[in-house]
Design a protein around this ligand. Structure first.
Ligand code: ATP
Length: 476
C-alpha cells in the first residue's frame, strides 16, 4: 500500500474523474489539497465550509468507494476547512468519519444556531454522513395548514403553486416561489402551509420559517459577535427556507448581500426558497438588482382580496373551528361589510364572539349590525379595490359587473380606467393586482389607464369635475 498522501489522492482523482462531469471535477475536486495520511486516515484540505458540505451531500459515496479501493475497508477521511482569511494557522480540523459512525473519534466545529436561545451550538450537525441533518425547530405555526386555508379565485394560483412546491420542494420551476399581496391576505399562512406540508411529506428535509426582521436581527448579532460564517452556514444547511416580508430588507445592503449568498447556495443545491412580499418583485424598491433578478427566476404569485363567496367560506370555517354556529344572515352581514382583508374578517368575528359571551347577548343579526357598524366606523377605512369599483360604477350609474366585461365600449373603458386610477392612488395594491381585479388586465394596462386619466384631468375640465366628485364620494 502506498503511504504517500499525494499519490493516494492522485489515484483517487483518476477514478473520480471518470465518474463525474469535467465541470464538477474542476469545481469540486481539483481545489482539494491532500494534507496527510495517518494510518488509514486521509486528510483533505477544502477551501470552505460550503465546499465541504457540498462534497458530503453529493459525493460522499464516490469518495468512500474510491478511498476504500485505495486504502482498504477501514479507510477514513478527515477534512480540514480553510477559514476565510486563508492563513494556514487558521485551518480548523473538521473531521468526518468514513465509513464508520464513530463520533467518539471526531472533533467537530459547532455551528452557531441563531434560533437557539440558551445553547448556541448545534450538536454535531454533520458528523456522520447521512445523519448530518440539522435538528431545528421550523418555527411554523401548526394552525397554518392548507386545510385551514380557504381556496378562492383570489388565491388559486398561489395555493396550487404552493401545493406543488410542498410535494416536490426544489424540484419544480417555482423556485423561488414568491407570494405577494397586501397585508392580511394570507401570505404568511400560505407560506407556512407549504412548510408544514413539505415536512409531512418529506420528514428528512430541514424546513425553516423566518421573518425578514428576525433574519436581519440575527445577522446584525452575528456580525457583532464575529459569527458571520456560522450564520451563513446555518442558513446554507436548510432544505426549505421560508422568508417572510422580504420587502423589509429594503435598503439593508449587507443583509441583502448575505442573503444573496444564501440564496445562491440553496438554489444551486436544489433547495427550495419561498419568499413573501407586500409587492411584486418588479415593484420592490431598495433591493439589489441581482437579488430582484433572482426572485424572477421562479414564480411570483399574488394573493388578492377575497371576493364575497370566499369571505363567506372563510367566516364559516373560522366559526366552525371555534365551535360556534352562526346564522347565515350574520355571516352574510359580516362578509358584506368587512371587505378589506382576511385579518379584519377574523377580527370582526372575534369581536362578535367576545361581545356575545361577555355581555351574554344572543349572537344574532341585531348584535352583528351593532358590533360591525362600530367596528367599521372605528377602523380607519382602508379603501379596497372592490369599494372603488362600486363607487365609480354608482357614479356612472352602471352595474359593477360591466367593468369585468370584455368590451371596448367607451363608457366602460373609461370607468375602468378611472377605477384603476383611484386604486393606484388610494390603495397599496400593485399594478398587477389592480389589473387582475379590474377587468383581468395586466399591469401595463393599469399604467396606461393612470396616464390617460392624469392627462384628461389636465386637459378636460368636465372630466376633472367628475373625478373630483368621485374622489369626494370615496372619502365620505
Ligand atoms: N384563504 C384563507 N383562508 C383562511 N384563513 C386565511 C386565509 N387567508 C388569510 N387567512 C387568515 O388571515 C390572517 C392573516 O393572514 P396572514 O398573516 O397570512 O396575512 P399576510 O398576508 O401575511 O399579512 P402581512 O403582510 O400583514 O403579514 C391569518 O390568521 C390567516 O390564517
Amino acid at each position: 500500500m502506498n503511504n504517500n498522501h499525494f499519490q493516494i489522492w492522485e489515484n483517487c482523482l483518476t477514478v473520480i474523474k471518470d465518474n463525474v462531469s469535467p465541470i464538477s471535477f474542476s469545481t469540486w475536486f481539483q481545489p482539494i489539497v491532500p494534507l496527510k495520511l495517518d494510518n488509514e486516515i486521509l486528510t483533505l484540505q477544502v477551501p470552505s465550509h460550503f465546499f465541504y458540505e457540498y462534497l458530503e451531500e453529493k459525493y460522499i459515496d464516490l469518495l468512500r468507494k474510491t478511498l476504500r479501493k485505495e486504502l482498504g475497508p477501514n479507510a477514513k477521511l478527515e477534512y480540514n476547512v480553510v477559514m476565510e482569511n486563508n492563513h494556514m494557522a487558521n485551518v480548523k480540523p473538521l473531521s468526518v468519519v468514513v465509513p464508520g459512525n464513530n463520533p467518539a473519534n471526531t472533533k467537530n466545529r459547532p455551528v452557531k444556531n441563531p434560533f437557539s436561545q440558551e445553547e448556541p451550538s448545534i450538536k454535531n450537525p454533520f458528523v456522520i454522513p447521512g445523519i448530518k441533518k440539522l435538528q431545528i425547530d421550523s418555527q411554523l405555526n401548526p394552525d397554518y395548514t392548507f386545510a385551514n386555508f380557504i381556496e378562492g379565485d383570489c388565491n388559486r394560483l398561489a395555493r396550487s403553486a404552493g401545493w406543488a412546491v410542498s410535494e416536490n420542494p426544489g424540484g419544480t420551476a417555482f423556485n423561488p416561489l414568491v407570494l405577494y399581496g397586501d397585508s392580511g391576505l394570507g401570505k404568511t399562512h400560505l407560506a407556512q402551509s407549504i412548510g408544514l406540508k413539505a415536512k409531512e411529506l418529506h420528514p428528512e428535509k430541514t424546513v425553516l420559517y423566518v421573518s425578514s426582521q428576525k433574519f436581519q436581527t440575527q445577522f446584525t448579532e452575528a456580525i457583532r459577535n464575529n459569527n458571520k460564517n456560522d450564520f451563513l452556514h446555518f442558513y446554507q444547511m436548510i432544505d426549505i427556507l421560508i422568508i417572510d416580508d422580504i420587502q423589509e430588507l429594503a435598503g439593508k445592503e449587507k443583509t441583502q448581500n448575505t442573503f444573496f449568498h444564501i440564496f445562491n447556495h440553496l438554489h444551486q443545491s436544489g433547495k427550495q426558497l419561498i419568499l413573501t412580499s407586500d409587492k411584486a418583485p418588479i415593484e420592490l424598491k431598495g433591493m439589489e438588482n441581482r437579488l430582484l433578478s433572482r426572485f424572477k427566476w421562479g414564480l411570483s404569485a399574488d394573493l388578492q382580496n377575497p371576493d364575497y363567496e370566499t369571505r363567506v367560506r372563510i367566516l364559516q370555517q373560522k366559526a366552525y373551528k371555534d365551535g360556534i354556529i352562526l346564522e347565515a344572515d350574520v355571516i352574510e352581514y359580516i362578509a358584506t361589510h368587512v371587505t378589506n382583508n382576511v385579518r379584519e374578517l377574523e377580527g370582526a368575528l372575534i369581536s362578535l364572539l367576545a361581545q356575545s359571551t361577555l355581555n351574554k347577548k344572543e349572537l344574532n343579526l341585531e348584535l352583528a349590525i351593532e358590533i360591525i357598524d362600530k367596528l367599521v366606523k372605528n377602523t380607519k377605512r382602508e379603501i379596497s379595490i372592490d369599494y372603488i369599483q362600486k363607487i365609480v360604477c354608482d357614479h356612472f350609474n352602471m352595474a359593477v359587473d360591466l367593468l369585468q366585461a370584455k368590451t371596448r365600449k367607451r363608457e366602460i373603458v373609461q370607468a375602468r380606467q378611472i377605477a384603476m386610477y383611484f386604486s393606484k392612488s388610494m390603495t397599496k395594491a400593485s399594478l398587477s393586482t389592480i389589473g387582475s381585479q379590474i377587468g383581468k388586465k395586466d399591469h401595463a394596462t393599469v399604467l396606461h389607464a393612470c396616464k390617460t386619466v392624469n392627462n384628461l384631468i389636465d386637459t378636460d375640465r368636465a372630466f376633472k369635475t367628475q373625478i373630483d366628485e368621485i374622489n369626494k364620494k370615496l372619502k365620505m
